[in-house]
Structure formats: structure tokens, C-alpha cells
Design a protein around this ligand. Structure first.
Ligand code: Q46
Ligand code: ZN
Length: 319
């Protein structure tokens, strides 16, 4: 039996090789919460959350459910209010199952859940986007559209609800996958932009932060199980098409062969970020939807336009 390296009393349930730790359930749950507090502290949020409204972008998956759970535990200490937002992207065999689990969790935590329907909002769902991509009618993969439109709708609704912050379920693995993807793309600006919290912008831009920034995928999974949280084991059918999916396997292999790779990559990303000074892009308002954007027309509106054009072509081709 391996004893917990923190309390030295109880049986360890998780071994974190890269940190040289073996923790029992109690110490692991406490450590998890401490890592979230560290993320809040590093984001300089701990002093400024009082009476603020935090909207958690939730999907019903383990990471955003964990983020919701821990923030719900911390809300009394820091004095903030919570609300959850879920975008239903319309992915058959996946979304309904995840949504059901999320509704249950929100009920249990007594957190209000706002459900936003992608089709109702933009006239298309991700199943249809996948069809357009498969037929070569749009250049974007389902995940690209899903990511941009979900982010857009969460910001829009968070603004309407009067939220001061948006919290997302991105964990340490997501962060370094994004870093490696940006390295491959040679996008230094994007590397400098990514972090625990978005850089301060104009007043109408709601800052987004990542409470699970210091928590690995494996730790997030362990927390989810140890807390007794539930989600159906279904994966989005489009995940495999994305660049992230391949990068994830690559990084997991590196971690397996060379333990600690993930933490080293995160450290490297932080070092690059600290050294790179990028001029801030001035934000204006999208001329179509009025949301803050660095361009004349925001990415979401640009995508919506291309998708509507492709849908018209698809309908015409049926006659
Ligand atoms: S839901 Fe959407 Fe994910 Fe599915 S289409 Fe891709 S981004 S994988 S988290
Ligand atoms: Zn727009």
C-alpha cells in the first residue's frame, strides 16, 4: 500500500509522478481546490470577485463540470455569484446526453443553467456544418465553427445576463495543446495572448479565465470520479477531425516517455509569454452584430455569412 505523501496516514489513490506526489482522496481534493485558488490568485482575481457574477461556460463534460463544482465551493469565500451557460450545438447522440447530466448537476448545486440553442441563434447546427465541410462547401472543420460560435454565444449571453467574468473548463492539457498548435502554426501573437485570464480590454469585453489552468486532464478525471460526478461516456463524433486531437496524442505520448513534459511545456509557454511584448490590437465593434472585434466584421459573423451561402448552394443542388 502506498501512503499519502501529504498526510502520511491514509492510502494514496492517485500518483502524480511529475510532482513526486501520491495523494489520498482527502488530500487530493484539497490540492485540487488549492490549484484552482492558485489560478485565481495568479489571475489577480481573488481580491476582486466580491459581488461579481461569474458565468461558467459549461458543456456537461468533466472539465467544465469540475470548474462549476469548485467555483460553487469557493463562491462563499470570495463572495461571487454563479450562473452556468450551455450552448446546444445540435450534435446528435452527444449533446442530449451531456445536457441531461449537466441539468442534473446544476440542480444539485442549485446553480441556474441558461441553455442556448445554436440553430435558433444562427440558423445552423454543427451536424449541418459537418455535412457542408464533408461536401467541400465550406473550408472550416466542425470544431473550428463550433469553437468560434460557442465562444461568441457565451460572450453574448454573459453580457446580456450582466456577468463580470466568464470561467471556462480549459485544463493544463488544453493549454499546452493550444501552445503546441500555435507553435506549429508559427503564431507568436496567439502564444502571447493565451493565459489564465484574457488581457484587460475595453469595458464591454468580459474577461475569460481558466480555473483549471494548473490541473492536468488526468487529475481532472480523478477529481470528477472522486466527487461522484457523472457524465455519459460519449465523445463528440467530430473531435477526431481536429488538429487538437492529433496534438493531444502526441503530447500524451511525450508525457508517457518523458514524464514532466507537460509541466515543462507550460513553463516554456509562460517564459515565452513573459518575454514577448505584442502591441495590443485596438478593438472596435463588429459592423454586423456590434460585438467587440479587432476586425470590421467579427469572425463569428464572417463564418455565419459563409455558412449561409453554402446552405443556399446545398439547397439549390437538391433541386
Ligand atoms: S463539441 Fe464542438 Fe468539441 Fe465537438 S465539434 Fe469539436 S468543439 S469536439 S469540445
Ligand atoms: Zn459580428
Amino acid at each position: 500500500m502506498v501512503l499519502c505523501t501529504s498526510c502520511g496516514k491514509r492510502k494514496a489513490v492517485i500518483v502524480v509522478k511529475s510532482r513526486g506526489e501520491a495523494l489520498c482522496k482527502e488530500c487530493f481534493l484539497r490540492k485540487f481546490k488549492d490549484l484552482v485558488i492558485k489560478a485565481l490568485t495568479d489571475a489577480r482575481l481573488t481580491g476582486g470577485l466580491g459581488s461579481k457574477l461569474v458565468a461558467v461556460a459549461t458543456s456537461g463534460g468533466k472539465d467544465s463540470s469540475n470548474a462549476l463544482y469548485v467555483l460553487n465551493e469557493l463562491k462563499q469565500t470570495y463572495g461571487f455569484d454563479l450562473i452556468a451557460i450551455m450552448v446546444n450545438e445540435g450534435i446528435k447522440g452527444y449533446r442530449e446526453l451531456k445536457a441531461k447530466a449537466l441539468r442534473k448537476l446544476c440542480k444539485k448545486l442549485n446553480v441556474e443553467l441558461i441553455e442556448v440553442n445554436l440553430r435558433k441563434e444562427v440558423g445552423v447546427d454543427i451536424d449541418e456544418v459537418a455535412l457542408l465541410y464533408e461536401r467541400g462547401l465550406i473550408p472550416f472543420k466542425p470544431c473550428t465553427v463550433c469553437g468560434v460560435l460557442r465562444r461568441y454565444l457565451v460572450s453574448l449571453y454573459a453580457k446580456e445576463l450582466g456577468a463580470n467574468y466568464v470561467a471556462t473548463g480549459h485544463n493544463l492539457d488544453d493549454e499546452i495543446q493550444t501552445f503546441v498548435m500555435n507553435l506549429i502554426r508559427g503564431d507568436l501573437r496567439a502564444i502571447a495572448r493565451e493565459g489564465i485570464i484574457t488581457s484587460p480590454g475595453p469595458e464591454d469585453v468580459i474577461p475569460r479565465f481558466k480555473p483549471l489552468y494548473y490541473i492536468t486532464e488526468r487529475e481532472s478525471m480523478a477529481y470528477f470520479i472522486l466527487r461522484g460526478l457523472m457524465t455519459p461516456h460519449v465523445e463528440c463524433p467530430y473531435a477526431k477531425l481536429s488538429m487538437r486531437y492529433k496534438i493531444r496524442s502526441l503530447i500524451n505520448y511525450a508525457e508517457y516517455r518523458y514524464p514532466g513534459s507537460k509541466y515543462r511545456l507550460l513553463k516554456l509557454k509562460e517564459e515565452i509569454k513573459a518575454k514577448v511584448e505584442m502591441p495590443r490590437t485596438a478593438l472596435r465593434k463588429c459592423t454586423i452584430c456590434g460585438m467587440p472585434s479587432s476586425r470590421h466584421i467579427c469572425r463569428a459573423c464572417e463564418m455565419k455569412e459563409e455558412i449561409s451561402k453554402a446552405l443556399r448552394e446545398l439547397k439549390l443542388s437538391k433541386f
